[in-house]
Structure formats: C-alpha cells, structure tokens
Design a protein around this ligand. Structure first.
Ligand SMILES: NC(=O)c1ccc[n+]([C@@H]2O[C@H](COP(=O)([O-])OP(=O)(O)OC[C@H]3O[C@@H](n4cnc5c(N)ncnc54)[C@H](O)[C@@H]3O)[C@@H](O)[C@H]2O)c1
Length: 249
C-alpha cells in the first residue's frame, strides 16, 4: 500500500517511541515533512536522527502535550518552520499501572487525564485555529480499543480513552463544513515501550483479540495514514478499529 503525503506537513505528538514513532516513519516514507514532539529529550534526539538518516525533513520539539503554553509554542515553531499544518496526529499518551479502582490515587488520575484527554483537547484547539486560517486540515486522535471496551483495573486509562472518542466525535461535527476532518483510531494491544512497562505477560494481551495475536506498530500507522489521506474523504467523527477483532467479540 503506497500512500502519498509528498510535501504535506504532519505533526505527531509523543513520537519519539512506540506508535507515534511508527507513524513518523510511515509518513516520512510517504514524503511528508514532519514535526515530532516528545517529553524525553534523549529519545527525541534519537528519533530525529534516525528519521533524518532515512532522508526525512524533521523538526523535533521537546514539548509536553498537556501544557497549554508548550502547545502554543509547538504550534508557533511549526508555523515558523513550515508555514502550515496539513495533518495532526494527537498520539501522546500514558497509563497508570494496573490497579483496583479504589486504590487509584488522585495524582495518578490527574496525570492520565492531563496527558490523554486534556492534551488532545489543547492540541486540537491549537491545530484547528491554524487549520481555520488555512482553510482546512486533517486530525487523527489516538484513541484505543478501550474507547469502547472495558479493561480490568485500568479505570483512569479507559476513562480517558472513552472521553477522547466523545471529544473526537463532537468536535468533528462542529468543523465538518469547514474542510477539517477529525477521526480517531482505536488500536488493540501492541507491544510498545508503554505496554511492555505495564504488562509482564504479553501473551495475555493477545487473548483480547479475535485474531489471537498482538498488533504491530506498522498496522496502526497504516490506519492513521488512511484517516489522514483522501481515501477517507467522506469520514469524519469516525472511530476506526485496528484491534484484531477485539471490538467485534
Ligand atoms: N500500545 C498499545 O497497545 C496502544 C493501544 C491503544 C492505544 N494506544 C495509544 O497510543 C498512544 C501511544 O502509545 P504507545 O503505546 O506508543 O506509548 P509509548 O509510551 O511507547 O510512546 C509514547 C511516547 O509519548 C511520549 N509522551 C508521553 N507523555 C507525553 C506528553 N505529555 N507530551 C508529549 N509526549 C509524551 C513518551 O515519552 C513516549 O515517547 C497513546 O495515546 C496510547 O494510549 C496504545
């Protein structure tokens, strides 16, 4: 499958590792100019170096998606460098260790909601302000199979991802007549650094999926590129499952 994003300016938050990095690689291979952000300077430097070595034009920004001042400066730096924003992938996310609901501390709840929900909120606001000036754009939010399904002992994460689905759908309607398409992708379990840090036995995660295997970062990136491309030109406010059939069970 060959997508063409030649000279499109693509922003991906939390792109130094995991699914965000896979998206960055995929968009770079399709000709995009990239702005990637992360809160880890070391991982960001490595990701930028690797992408540039592959021939991509990349602006790397140390940036916290849950901080409004950071998000404003991210957008200012993006516009200063590339002049416009064609596609935004709001990917930055985090999770708490699995634990019973009554044990979850307030600070843990606040942290997950700040990154996974408020971060998407703030980034979408900044992105849409820029897209309105240009006359359009495409946004893909990183939701989850747990935007529609439950997961044991993961209440903060599941709550945040249900909210991202609702946010995606309602804001998509608000801008549907202004050529800003907003969709979300709902991946199943993929063995990224986040997941490996939280789950000891990865084989248990496969059992969630009808296909009885984990997804790959590349399979998620393919779905993101579909939603960002004109192959999905009649889709807005949609939630695309890339979850090995989890949602269908
Ligand atoms: N891996 C999965 O199975 C899976 C499934 C469904 C959804 N997701 C979602 O995909 C997204 C990426 O997850 P992943 O598994 O690749 O995680 P990851 O931890 O492997 O990578 C996420 C990256 O985001 C960065 N980051 C964290 N907080 C940030 C912030 N506030 N601002 C900017 N960058 C930040 C991290 O430093 C890291 O480099 C998340 O939104 C996650 O909820 C993952």
């Amino acid at each position: 499958m060959n997508f063409d994003f030649n000279n499109k300016v693509v922003l991906i938050t939390g792109a130094a590792a995991g699914l965000g990095y896979a998206c960055a690689q995929a968009f770079a291979a399709a000709g995009a100019k990239l702005v990637i952000t992360d809160i880890s300077q070391e991982a960001l430097d490595q990701a930028v170096a690797d992408l540039e070595q592959g021939g991509a034009e990349v602006l790397g920004l140390l940036n916290d998606a849950s901080d409004s001042a950071d998000v404003d400066s991210m957008m200012a730096a993006l516009v200063a460098r590339f002049g416009r924003l064609d596609i935004a992938v709001n990917n930055a996310g985090t999770a708490t260790p699995l634990q019973e609901f009554h044990e979850v501390g307030e600070a843990e709840f606040d942290r997950v909601i700040a990154v996974n929900l408020k971060g998407v909120w703030l980034c979408m606001q900044a992105e849409i302000r820029q897209m309105l000036k240009q006359g359009g754009g495409r946004i893909v939010n990183m939701a989850s199979a747990t935007s529609r399904n439950t997961y044991p002992h993961a209440a903060p994460y599941v709550t945040s991802k249900f909210a991202v689905a609702g946010l995606t759908r309602t804001v998509a309607v608000d801008y549907a007549d202004r050529d800003i398409r907003i969709n979300a992708i709902c991946p199943g379990n993929v063995a990224t650094p986040l997941v490996v840090s939280l789950v000891e036995d990865l084989s248990l995660l496969s059992t969630k999926h009808a296909m009885k295997r984990l997804g790959t970062p590349e399979e998620v990136a393919n779905g993101v590129m579909f939603l960002a491309s004109e192959l999905s030109s009649f889709s807005t406010g949609s939630l695309l499952e890339v979850d090995g059939g989890w949602n269908a069970i």
